[in-house]
Design a protein around this ligand. Structure first.
Ligand code: ATP
Ligand code: MG
Length: 320
């Protein structure tokens, strides 16, 4: 039984060594690192103490094994990850621009993860499940969209809460069908976790407060807007509050949003309030950017507690 479930890509990431490096020119890359947004999310859920599983496929290769080993070691139920022959594990290449933006090249559509089918999502898997987490980046083709629609309809019949991180990358989110799927998921979700730009793009509303409230009108319980190094803002039906960022020296932003969401959903699953869960989620996102490598910045609850304690101490003025 797994209380938090997700479906989607498990990848390795190979990243540019230097900021400003581009794909058009030969350069040095480092990796492979365990990756895939849903994989990072579920790793973080496990590390903060919730039972959880991911439905996915990897190739029967070293990249796949590396990921399975890491997820298993961190406490994820790996029984729904299948290693398949004739396809390789997906790969993401990433370069970093001077302005904090990133460029990606994904091989997902040709990799093992593209072999996930509707038959891999079965009702009995959701026995005892309390949260289903959906990520827009995983809806990379029509087949994946149908798989998510099936999972969402199972979740609805079982009263499972749906959390939704659109995680839109310009490289894979330019399709009308994907946009329709985003709206469908939004209508059915309980917790929505967009970035600032994603919220505007999805709602078509420039003003963030109005945009968030237009979504809340559709019965979404809360909208948490992730703001990178500016922390986050939480909108509820009649109010909102800001959570200041923990000041850190950012090394690698990849995975911050997934760690944030993983901690948030894991703590909600454990019965914590939105206020308490978002405090730890905010710390989890800040902690994640301190490490190079997408999944390297996941953290146990004790590590987040230590981090928060140290940051609170730093922030307090000292008197002679
Ligand atoms: P991802 O690349 O994983 O998709 P995202 O765009 O979804 O990331 P971000 O807004 O970058 O998510 O980060 C999520 C959260 O992590 C932020 O809302 C914030 O709480 C925290 N965070 C991210 N970057 C920093 C930073 N440099 N300093 C402090 N906190 C950060
Ligand atoms: Mg994101």
């Amino acid at each position: 039984m797994s209380e938090v479930m997700t479906i989607g890509e498990i990848l390795v990431e190979v990243m540019a060594k230097n900021v400003g490096q581009t794909f058009e020119k030969t350069g040095e890359f480092i990796g492979p690192f365990p990756s895939g947004a849903p994989a990072i999310f579920i790793d973080q859920v496990a590390k903060t103490g919730s039972s959880c599983a991911i439905v996915s496929k990897v190739g029967n290769d070293g990249f796949g094994q590396m990921n399975i080993n890491r997820l298993k070691q961190d406490g994820v139920n790996v029984q729904y990850i299948e290693s398949i022959k004739d396809r390789t594990t997906g790969i993401a290449f990433v370069t970093y621009k001077d302005n904090r933006d990133r460029d990606f090249i994904f091989t997902m559509k040709d990799s093992a993860v593209a072999c996930i089918s509707q038959d891999d999502v079965r009702e009995e898997m959701f026995e005892g499940c309390k949260f289903l987490h959906i990520m827009g980046c995983s809806a990379f083709d029509e087949k994946m969209i149908l798989i998510f629609r099936k999972a969402i309809s199972i979740a609805k019949t079982k009263n499972i809460k749906i959390s939704f991180d659109p995680n839109i990358r310009k490289e894979i989110m330019n399709d009308r069908k994907i946009k329709d799927f985003i709206f469908f998921t939004l209508e059915n979700c309980d917790v929505f976790l967009p970035g600032e730009e994603e919220l505007k793009w999805i709602t078509g509303i420039e003003d963030e407060e109005k945009a968030a409230h237009s979504v809340l009108n559709q019965n979404v319980r809360c909208v948490v807007v992730k703001r990178g190094n500016r922390g986050c803002r939480v909108y509820e039906q009649h109010s909102y509050f800001d959570v200041d960022p923990y000041p850190v020296n950012e090394i690698d932003p990849t995975g911050a949003g997934d760690c944030f969401a993983g901690t948030f959903i894991s703590l909600l699953n454990q019965g914590k309030s939105i206020l308490e869960a978002v405090k730890y989620a905010n710390a989890s996102g800040a902690y994640a950017v301190l490490k190079k490598g997408p999944m390297e910045g996941t953290a146990k609850l004790e590590e987040l507690e230590e981090f928060i304690k140290a940051k609170d101490k730093e922030a307090k003025p000292t008197y002679c």
